[in-house]
Structures are given as C-alpha cells and as structure tokens.
Design a protein around this ligand. Sequence first.
Ligand code: NAD
Length: 344
Amino acid sequence: MNMIRVAINGFGTIGKRVADAISLQNDMAVSGVVKTRPTFEARLARERGYRLYANTKENVAAFETAGIPVTGTLEDLISESDIVVDCTPGKTGAVNKEQIYVPKNIKAIFQGGEKPNVAEVSFNAMSNYDASIGKSYVRVVSCNTTGLCRTLGAVKKEIGITQVRATMIRRGADSGDSKRGPINAIAPNPPTVPSHHGIDVNTIFPKMNILTSAFIVPTTLMHMHAINVMLEKQATKDEVIALLEKTPRVLLVSAKEGIVSTAQVMEYARELGRSRSDMFEIAVWKESINVVNGNELFYVQAIHQESDVVPENIDAIRAMTGIEKDAKESMRKTDESMRLKIWW
Ligand code: NAD
C-alpha cells in the first residue's frame, strides 16, 4: 500500500505529538514538519529524522544562520504531500487555509483553536468518523470538546441523554509554557455563561441540550470536568461504570487506588512509559460516577490537554484520505500502535 504523505505545519505541543504518532502507523508517514524559527524544537525535529521546512522563503536564512538548515519551504513540502495537519496557534490555520491550502488544492486538518467554519466538518472519531470520509477540510475539536464527546457520546448511544450541564476547570498553561497564567487566582474564563465548550460539542452532536461554564486555575497538568447528565432511560451507577469501562479512549481511575487528583493521573501516565508521559485517554473517576433518582448521572473526568486529540488526528487522516472507511478499524489501528487502553 502507498503510504499517505502527511505534512505537519506547526511543530509545537500538538504538532510534535501528531508527527510522532504518524511515525507509528504503517499506512502513513511524515513528509516533513514546518517551523517559523530555528528553536530547540526545530533542532530536535531534525535530530529525530524529520525533514524540516521553513514556513516562508523569508525565514529560511534564520535557520541557515542558526546551523539548522531546512529542506525548503511550506510550499515545497505541500507539493510533496497528500494532506497537511495544521497545528499552528489558534486562528492561524484559517489564514493558512485561504492563503495556501485552497490555492494548492491540498486536504487539511485543523485543530480546536480554529472556528468550526474553517472546515466542512468537525471531527471526533467515536462519534462522527463517517462524516469526514473523503472530505478536504476537517477540524479536530479541542481537547475539552474531545473529552466531553468521548464520554457523553458513549452515554448518549447506550442510554440516551436529554440534558447536560458541565463545569470545566481548565489548566492555566501547558507545562512548557511560561507566558500564560494565572499563577495565583481562579478566573471565570470565559466570564460569560454558557462557555463555548458546550456550543462546540454541538458541532459533533447538533441536537444535544448542553450548557457549560468554565474556569481557569493555576495548574499545568490537566483540565477537569464536573458533569451532570439527565438520562433518557433509567440506569444504574454500575451500568454506567460498565459502559465507560468498555468505551474506547476512556480510562476509569480510582481514588481507592491512590489516584486522588490530576497529579496521580499524570504519575500513572508516566508509569505507563509512553512518550512524553502522555495520557491519551480521558480519565474518569470511578467513585465520582453516580446516578440519582434513576436518571440523573454525575461524573468527574480529567483531560490531558496536550495529548487527547492526537489519536483523533490520526483517524481524521484515514477518514479524509479514504484509506480506512471503518471507524472502529481505524481507531483500533491507532490505539494499538500508540499503546492506548485495549478495548477491541
Ligand atoms: P503551540 O504554540 O504549542 O505550537 C504552535 C507551533 O506553531 C509553534 O511551534 C509555533 O512556533 C508554530 N507556528 C506559529 N505560527 C506559525 C505559522 N504561521 N506557520 C507554521 N508554524 C507556526 O500550540 P499548540 O498548543 O500546539 O496548539 C496548536 C493548535 O492546537 C491550536 O489550534 C490549539 O488551540 C489546538 N489545541 C491545543 C491544545 C493544548 O492544550 N495545547 C489542545 C488541543 C488543541
């Protein structure tokens, strides 16, 4: 089989993880990665064997001067690729689409920092893989939306949902970021209620009655969600536990076993020995799952914002290029190669 050639535009938190995940697949390969400046990440990209490209002709000289030569520019890379995964900072993808991807007629995947209308469809592998088959522009929803869609999607499919109310407690910055905060405050963010997170879930489940609010807190490790769901059918707590136990890309964790906060979730991820200690699964606290009055479900989940969207990008590549038309089979290939929880 011909390998799908994937360009990575933007080699930061998400881009470097997507590149490494692609390298683990046997039906796609990284054709090159794009940086704007000759940073340590650009040097590492070359050391890891990725072909490095500058985003513009004007920026090539800076790489040469820094002793980190590039193979060419983004335009060159696109001519040697079948699809591009845009992992540039939020809103840059939309500019890239108009200025580069549309004129060069290349398929592109965007990330959650872009507005939904950047793409023909928003993507979550478990929920709407088929809608992206053969599409040219697809947006993988944000880390928070991915987490909500995985667990709510499972509950919706098996039990049914009439209403969701959820509070997002968001990390202030990623671990490698020293510019953001807050460092000593809790900020309603956005200050308006509802927040955009529920609205984003509606790009995957258009009819879901969901409202969210969000806060930012001084931590870098993970986001946390407190979720309340009104169920369509009566269910027991044990039925919900059994359902989430078998749900792909969702991992039940337990306070009884000492996982009492995001600190231990990330310690657990470190022990799993994956690259960068990533936790691709959504961690749901077993003890938090409760059903009151037969139809009101509560649970708490943690999201490793730097990595949960990475397997979704791999599946989006398969759907858009049509190399795998079966969602479950794509997810199995992705999860087996990346050593996620076994559910197949
Ligand atoms: P990042 O800042 O870590 O990485 C972005 C990279 O793109 C950097 O290396 C930057 O130098 C580079 N870049 C900037 N302008 C560029 C340009 N014009 N051309 C090429 N490269 C350029 O950002 P990130 O956290 O990886 O976020 C990327 C996207 O993923 C955003 O849409 C974001 O909202 C989304 N996302 C981020 C997270 C997260 O928590 N970090 C989670 C899910 C989705």
